[in-house]
Design a protein. Sequence first.
Length: 307
Amino acid sequence: MAGIRISIIIPTQRRPGPLALAAQSALAQVGVERSEIELVIVDNDALPSAQPVVERLRDGTDIPIVYVHETRPGVAHARNAGMAAARGSLIAFLDDDEEAPGGWLAALLATQARHTADVVFGPVRARVPETARHRAYLARFFSRVGPEAEGPMAGYFGCGNSLVRRAALPDPVAPFALERNHIGGEDDLLFGHMQAAGARFAWAPDAWVHEDPAPSRLTLRYTLLRAFAYGQGPTEHCASSVPPDRLGVVKWMAIGVGQSLVFGAVAALAWITGAPDRAQRLDRAARGLGKTLWFGPFKLSFYGQTT
């Protein structure tokens, strides 16, 4: 393993079909020295349910596949377990519902080198069935869109479809906050701290991936709850800063009140009139409400069940 420079980490939980597709796409990368790559699959299930998929994948590739069975429930546990097992100085994250084209990794690496970036993000193109209700909204919700041109970026996205320079992490082995195990946002918290410390982020428009959301997620109930949780992020980030950014908490809560009232009213009117963008209006209202109701009993759990 001494020659490994790049580790591709795929966390997964009880999704053998999508995992196989994601892993096969990671193993089929071109334009990169195969001897420098390893694939790390983290099985976050009480039972080793992903192990048969890994064994089948090993039979058809010369790229090392590291299997990690992380029985402790939670997305942060899974990502940290992958980091601990990975040998690369560069870490590429691919979700188990994503499929990467052959030039994905090479595009991430090229952007990282050109901009000496600590983290590189690429686009996500959601594939939503034609028959799905509110299809246009769902496609936008599960996609990631950025600038047409490559270059430095001031903000950041989530871990899925990203490349991270390990040396830039505050903790190179376990950088993800365990308090986010059940609610998610562990990647936003990490990248927020890195940004505050002066990390360099870059955008790679050619490093795109497909995402195939699970059918159970293609509902307004799921997406609006997620939008509410996403809205909690900025306020919670200020609250968890050391020392806490109380002024920031107040600012984001005030913004949230305004957004929830304005977009709530617009969403109500849009729903009454049957406007085609009514789901998007509800989404904006839910994000505003999350900025205000970010604490205690309002924290939602999307992860952390392995049985």
